[in-house]
Write a new protein. Structure first.
Length: 395
């Protein structure tokens, strides 16, 4: 088998990725750039305002006015059918978490390569694309207004007691502007199908820049949350939820799984694994190879800026998971009471797949096939994260 691939060579504000020798790869001087390429340098915003916890800045518009812009403080980056919709809904119940206009803009993985910021538009030259300005305007304009206007009073006694001792001026300022916003696109963690449209990948035989490099270019201090489910169960739920052209069946799923495994193994026999992760099959088998995607994120992201949750543990104890997340997001100001946390935990679960009750469980032979395929990858994931829960051995 193969080891986890790494994207190579791009320095992101002093954070070099791993090096991979590819002749001419990413050589911007010798390349033949076209308007179809996205360049990382166009995704780097101005310096963020130090008085805000969330990454925000004043944008000078063409008419001479200043517009308050904000990027997400954190990304709920993946994975699909692992509980991201439910978790996103609960997180926005915190008074300091401001939701975007919609949960999943899919900007970084899909729509920054298309006209406008809508899924129906086609891939077009950069001048008409869903660029950084459109991204912040269309999805985070309302969030930015809330962040700017909803300032905590500095004479609040609780605020004073918590922050007057041992805090820098910058920390005290940010404590007065504590609201943060989030991008909940579950494709951010893994979807790199458009890698060849990135200028820094020009001339490369495989990706050297992917979503992790793009996100950390925009905000090197970004925080990433991922929630992972047993990949066998995730794939079946994914199939039931996204199958549109026909009624899903257990045998239909089995046939698609066999074809997807054969296609992936054939691909990796003569191509780099990173290219095989971008090939679409009838079931999205590759999304469950979590360790490959997470390895790349950890190549550019500090370990303490990535929180990986297990979906099964989250569903068993929502309250403990929320406490862990709010601590990770450094939401220390006005921590939620036990009653408030319990109220959020007791909310009805969101976006569950209902078709399973009609179709039934996957065939036993399908489960055996998938567990055999994912077993080695799960072991690598457990080793990478230092957490045996992610091996899913007990199932």
């Amino acid at each position: 088998m193969y080891s986890a691939p790494r994207f190579a060579g791009v320095s992101l504000r002093g954070r070099p990725t791993n090096t991979l020798a590819m002749s001419g790869c990413g050589d911007l001087k010798n390349g033949s750039a076209t308007s179809a390429h996205i360049a990382l340098r166009y995704l780097e915003p101005p310096a963020f305002l130090p008085q805000y916890k969330n990454p925000c800045w004043w944008h000078n518009s063409k008419d001479g006015t200043k517009v308050f812009r904000c990027l997400p403080y954190f990304y709920l980056a993946g994975f699909p059918k692992c509980g991201t919709t439910d978790l996103y809904f609960r997180l926005q119940q915190h008074p300091f978490v401001v939701p975007a206009i919609q949960k999943e803009p899919h900007f970084l993985t899909r729509f920054m390569y298309k006209t406008g910021c809508s899924k129906q538009y086609k891939y077009t030259p950069a001048s008409t694309r869903c660029n950084l300005e459109k991204y912040t305007t269309q999805f985070f304009e309302n969030s930015a207004n809330i962040i700017r206007k909803n300032k905590k009073p500095s004479n609040d006694n609780v605020f004073q007691d918590r922050w007057r001792a041992g805090q820098t001026k910058k920390e005290r300022l940010r404590a007065q502007n504590p609201k943060i916003t989030v991008d909940g696109s579950a494709s951010t963690a893994w979807d790199n199908r458009n890698w060849f449209r990135i200028l820094e990948n020009q001339g490369c035989s495989e990706p050297r820049v992917g979503p992790a490099q793009v996100v950390t270019r925009m905000n090197p201090d970004v925080r990433i949350i991922m929630i992972l489910r047993d990949p066998t169960d995730r794939l079946y739920s994914d199939y039931l939820y996204f199958t549109r052209e026909e009624e899903p069946t257990r045998q239909g799923f089995h046939d698609r799984v066999k074809a997807a495994i054969a296609a992936f193994q054939s691909c990796t026999s003569h191509k780099p694994p990173s290219l095989c992760l971008t090939k679409l099959t009838q079931v999205r088998l590759h999304i469950g190879l979590y360790h490959i995607f997470i390895s790349d994120w950890l190549s550019v992201l500090p370990r303490d800026h990535l929180l990986v949750l297990q979906s099964e543990s989250y569903r068993t104890n929502v309250t403990a998971s929320l406490e862990q997340i709010f601590k990770f997001l450094d939401l220390r100001e006005y921590p939620l009471s036990k009653e408030a946390l319990q109220r959020i935990s007791n909310l009805k679960e969101k976006n569950t797949t209902k078709k399973k009750s009609l179709v039934g469980d996957m065939l036993p032979e399908t489960k055996v096939l998938l567990r055999r395929f994912y077993s080695e990858h799960n072991e690598k994931l457990a080793q990478l994260l230092g957490d045996e829960r992610f091996a899913w051995r007990s199932k």
